[in-house]
Design a binder for this molecule. Structure first.
Ligand code: SF4
Length: 224
């Protein structure tokens, strides 16, 4: 659950990341601003920072409990540019559990919270410190599935790990739901590529989308 941006950095073999994709699902203009005008975002509030910390703590506790011997790409990388190569190295070494496994496919970059192999089949897991399953969670892991499957060239399973509020975890197999979204993901990626080819910021008026499903990170810029 990384919170920093991977946009416009040196990992130049991709056009946009999962974070940018999720922003684009909310609003084309948000995608464009995030890619080309990142610094125009609102500062993070103390509430948002606390939420991020809660998410990190939840994720760390789950990972330590279920995958104590995993290779954590974020921890061994010297820079963001190393993530993809280190993932490939771990795969070549037949590592079974990888945190932040990083892949690019069709110019989109994703990092899987957990990539794990059981009985010869890979499975991606997305960890959310949420007590309820939301459509945004499905969209999130559906993109990871699209990119990871494309990069690995083999079928996968997809699971969401939620907070059951009882000190344990609610692990939900969403492979069927995720597979049903794959054609839509491909079409959305193509649309976003067209948006990002534009020479200027998309002309989109403020509206309900500015706070649904999240308060847009460019709210202040657009509501001046
Ligand atoms: S504030 Fe609203 S119009 Fe502006 S980028 Fe965000 S969602 Fe789009």
């Amino acid at each position: 659950m990384l919170t920093h941006s991977f946009e416009s950095k040196n990992m130049s073999n991709y056009l946009f990341s999962k974070t940018a994709y999720i922003k684009g699902v909310q609003c084309d203009k948000q995608l464009y601003l995030y890619k080309y005008h990142y610094k125009l975002q609102d500062p993070l509030s103390p509430e948002t920072l606390a939420k991020f910390k809660g998410g990190h703590d939840f994720e760390d506790a789950y990972r330590e409990k279920y995958f104590p011997f995993a290779v954590d790409i974020e921890k061994i990388a010297k820079s963001r540019n190393d993530y993809q190569a280190l993932t490939q190295k771990a795969l070549q070494k037949q590592v079974s559990d990888i945190f932040e496994a990083t892949f690019v496919y069709q110019e989109v970059l994703v990092m899987n919270d957990v990539l794990t192999r059981s009985s010869g089949k890979w499975e991606i897991q997305e960890i959310k410190n949420s007590t309820e399953l939301k459509q945004t969670h499905i969209q999130d892991i559906a993109l990871q599935y699209f990119v990871t499957k494309g990069a690995l060239g083999q079928d996968l399973d997809a699971k969401l790990v939620l907070n059951d509020e009882a000190g344990t975890y609610k692990i939900i197999d969403v492979t069927i739901e995720v597979k049903a979204l794959q054609a839509n993901i491909a079409a959305t990626i193509e649309h976003f590529k067209n948006v990002l080819e534009q020479d200027s910021i998309p002309q989109i008026s403020v509206g309900n989308q500015c706070e649904d499903p999240y308060k847009c990170s460019f709210w202040g810029y657009c509501h001046r």
